[in-house]
Design a protein around this ligand. Structure first.
Ligand code: HEC
Length: 142
């Protein structure tokens, strides 16, 4: 099923991006997790830029989620379910920062989204990436 912006042509579709991914038993506390810099909405341009460098480099998020966040990276386009399309503001606004952090840390079981902390990135780096990733939704700060 496709929602919001939908996948780029020729990609495996994401699966129900609005459905929560954090298991129900974890969700209440996951939603309470907040970035060390307060919130992804108020993150400074410096934090966002550090997040971009990590997203495109060390974190390797770009290989699946794509340079423009569409879920069309070279590895991502071969996955089913497909990676999240971060330009979808309906998805972004449905999720708390802490829920997305939980998935970056623990992965989304049964998908190509594997745990990224601590092997690939640190918790602090994950929060910075999240500040960048949120901005693929053009009205994230509104
Ligand atoms: C090997 C491919 C791959 C890599 C690398 C990858 N992801 Fe993902 N990601 C996915 C897939 C596939 C999904 C969709 C999972 C699902 O449908 O449950 C996803 C989903 C997500 C979600 C959405 C979670 C939700 O609540 O819906 C976030 C946030 C995310 N990834 C962040 C990242 C970040 C940050 C990085 C880099 C540190 C990263 N991903 C690296 C494949 C990847």
């Amino acid at each position: 099923m496709s929602w919001g912006a939908g996948p780029a042509p020729g990609l495996a579709d994401e699966v129900q991006p609005l459905r929560p991914r954090v298991p129900v038993s974890e969700r209440i506390w996951a939603r309470k997790l907040v970035p060390p810099f307060g919130s992804t909405k108020t993150a400074s341009p410096e934090i966002v830029e550090q997040g971009r460098v990590l997203y495109e480099g060390k974190g390797a998020c770009v290989s699946c989620h794509g340079k423009n966040g569409l879920g069309d990276g070279p590895i991502g386009r071969r996955l089913n379910p497909g990676p999240r399309n971060f330009t979808n503001c309906r998805f972004q606004k449905r999720r708390h920062d802490g829920e997305l952090f939980w998935i970056i840390k623990n992965g989304s079981p049964g998908t190509g989204m594997v745990p990224m902390i601590p092997v690939t990135i640190t918790e602090e780096e994950a929060w910075k990436i999240l500040a960048y990733e949120r901005r693929f939704c053009k009205d994230w700060q509104k």
